[in-house]
Design a protein around this ligand. Sequence first.
Ligand SMILES: C[S@@+](CC[C@H](N)C(=O)[O-])C[C@H]1O[C@@H](n2cnc3c(N)ncnc32)[C@H](O)[C@@H]1O
Length: 300
Amino acid sequence: MPWLQIKIDTNPSHAEILEELLMAAGANAITLEDCKDQPLFEPIRGTTPLWQDTRITGLFDADQDAQAMTRAIRAGWEDIFPATDFPPVKVEILEDKDWEREWMDNFHPIQVGERLWICPSWKDAPDHNAVNLTLDPGLAFGTGTHPTTFMCLKWLDQNDISGKTVVDYGCGSGILGVAALLLGAKQAWGVDNDPQALIATRDNTRRNNLPDEQFEVFMPGKLEDTRADLMLANILAGPLIDLAPVITELVRHEGQLVLSGILQHQADEVIGAYSPWFDFDPVQALDEWVCLSAVKIRQG
Ligand SMILES: C[S@@+](CC[C@H](N)C(=O)[O-])C[C@H]1O[C@@H](n2cnc3c(N)ncnc32)[C@H](O)[C@@H]1O
């Protein structure tokens, strides 16, 4: 089914209100991205563009009336900011994403280590006695084929995580948290800043017959009081470094940390950001990527 996208370029101080107005107009999901270098419309020659910091995209069902929705969003804006021009809006039909999902034909069941298989939900599991994780990543990252995901899954397969509590930070499709639960973990919490990822994680939790409460999902900043036994964070080196205090705080004393999304040449910098609190194992590498594991030895 096609989707309707409403894109609005704004600035950070107006972003939250626009998010609320898009949700009130019926958006199924909202994404925010930096758009400084890619304006929706070419700025008029000789003028300074005013609205080019933050792009908000609302995803709506295609049978909605785009003009009526845009009018409602605009009316809401004018009530709140009567003296500020409504920013430029672009409405697009997002055709059925078959082209984005062509990879599905090439996604086959993958064996990870001794116990675990990742099986696309549209294919049969080859070994019914294995721990089979049934997966449809939707529009989120995480099929198990990427070396960073694969190394985290391998770590889970090789370690005893029975009864543990787990945070899957940057959960994407939810693949790591669901794998942890299927391998015996007691509870998982997922965090992602992409709403599509939270939807995919919830769907994959259900697909594996796990109750929603066993894998709860959150936007960043909503999980402050948790102290997990195990933290899985496959993001990228930059955000992992920036998030070091936040991620550290979510791990209990003597809890474990597994980080990936890191290129080989970035490993030392990431280790440096976490070494005030964690003692690292030898680095694991696959292709140009590494996976770092560690134990928390000092309180954050
Ligand atoms: C490489 S994917 C990993 C997905 C999955 N965990 C896996 O291992 O395949 C990284 C995920 O982190 C999310 N992400 C990136 N930066 C983030 C941040 N600052 N806070 C929370 N999530 C973030 C992205 O939206 C994406 O879903």
